[in-house]
Design a protein around this ligand. Structure first.
Ligand SMILES: [Mn+2]
Length: 307
């Protein structure tokens, strides 16, 4: 076996994705040999940190949680993007916030499931390229509306932090954000422009996107990392497919089933969807804050959308 070059995984979340992160952490525990899981957390509090560590439980690697509010607020133009989950830009800070010993990092979205061992991915050598990406996304339009020929999905990225630091990519990213935001697919557009052609492609089994186009994909029996890109998240549509059911099974292992039986059903989820559509955001937020213990018991505050 080749030497493993990546021992660090990075995720990027806020308080709406704690259980998703726990599912991912347990997946990593089973299917990867890593040293550290780095969690960039927007809006971190001591309670949330404790909740997260409790949900993850005992794992073979270290879990380091970073409060990224301050560094995020220093990024230009984010304030003008209210309403978009700008936490996703946290990954732009990887080179500056992760310790210098980390030369390569595997960035993962939390809307993924891991089905098998990923050590082969952790052995990929990046040489002088900035990153390796396993998938071309369907969308490929930059901020000016021009089609980008080889547009990748930023859900699974193997990033060469050494190159990132050498080339001061942080500054380039910030300059780009100053000039080009808002972008339709936010940091994904940004990374596509930033990496230009200085990245290599990996097998799509590392970012198998679950959507209509790929449903009968010939790669179906090779997939290792499943990415629920798009709106059909497994926590919102737990019975949409066998893959959704499998992710949901892992979620229930963590949150338990007893008091949440009704919510497991599609009926429960549908009611919540209707609630979210009909009740204005400001009122929903007020309810969430003031009835947090009750809602938390029901798992309602875990039902949020993301890419
Ligand atoms: Mn995603």
């Amino acid at each position: 076996m080749r030497p493993q070059l990546t021992s660090d995984v990075l995720i990027n979340i806020d308080s709406n994705f704690i259980v998703q992160s726990a599912v991912l952490a347990r997946n990593l525990n089973q299917y990867a040999s890593i040293e550290t899981l780095h969690v960039f957390f927007a809006g971190l509090t001591a309670d949330l940190e404790a909740e997260m560590k409790m949900m993850i439980g005992e794992v073979k690697f270290e879990v380091v949680i970073y409060d990224i509010d301050k560094p995020l607020m220093q990024l230009p133009n984010l304030h003008s993007n209210r309403g978009i989950p700008f936490v996703t830009f946290g990954k732009m800070l990887a080179a500056s916030l992760l310790p210098g010993r980390v030369k390569q990092v595997l960035y993962l979205d939390v809307d993924i499931d891991i089905l098998d061992n990923i050590d082969e991915l952790l052995c990929v050598k990046l040489f002088s390229t900035i990153a390796a990406v396993p998938a071309i996304a369907e969308v490929g339009v930059d901020s000016s509306g021009n089609r980008i020929e080889s547009y990748f999905s930023a859900g699974v990225l193997l990033i060469n932090l050494e190159k990132w630091r050498e080339n001061s990519m942080d500054l380039a990213a910030i300059q780009l954000m100053r000039d080009r935001l808002p972008m339709k697919y936010q940091e994904q557009d940004l990374l596509n422009i930033l990496f230009e052609n200085n990245y290599c492609m990996l097998h799509q089994k590392w970012n198998f996107q679950v959507d209509a186009r790929l449903r009968n994909d010939p790669l179906d029996n090779q997939k290792v990392i499943v990415h629920f890109a798009g709106g059909y998240k497994p926590w919102l549509y737990p019975v949409a497919s066998d893959l959704h059911r499998e992710w949901r099974r892992k979620q229930l292992e963590i949150i338990g089933t007893d008091s949440k039986k009704w919510i497991e059903s599609s009926v429960g989820y549908s009611l919540l969807r209707v609630y979210r559509i009909l009740v204005p955001h400001s009122i929903a937020k007020w309810v969430r804050i003031n009835f947090k213990p009750l809602l938390f018991g029901l798992g309602v505050n875990k039902l949020k959308d993301s890419r």
